[in-house]
Write a new protein. Structure first.
Length: 60
């Protein structure tokens, strides 16, 4: 993330918010995986083609 297609730079505020959002999503993802493993459950995700897949806790 640095510039748009028209070579217009992002503001510093936008860059900071983007970094903060990425950090928050990493925390949420880690918590979700930990809870799934603790409950011996599974996650439902999609691949690039849009196909639905179930991932058991043992494979996380």
């Amino acid at each position: 993330m640095g510039t748009t297609k028209k070579q217009v730079g992002f503001s510093d505020r936008h860059k900071e918010l983007s970094k903060a959002t990425e950090a928050a999503l990493k925390k949420v993802r880690a918590k979700l995986v930990a809870e799934t493993k603790a409950k011996n459950s599974y996650l439902v995700v999609t691949d690039e083609a849009g196909n639905i897949k179930k991932i058991p806790a043992k494979d996380l």
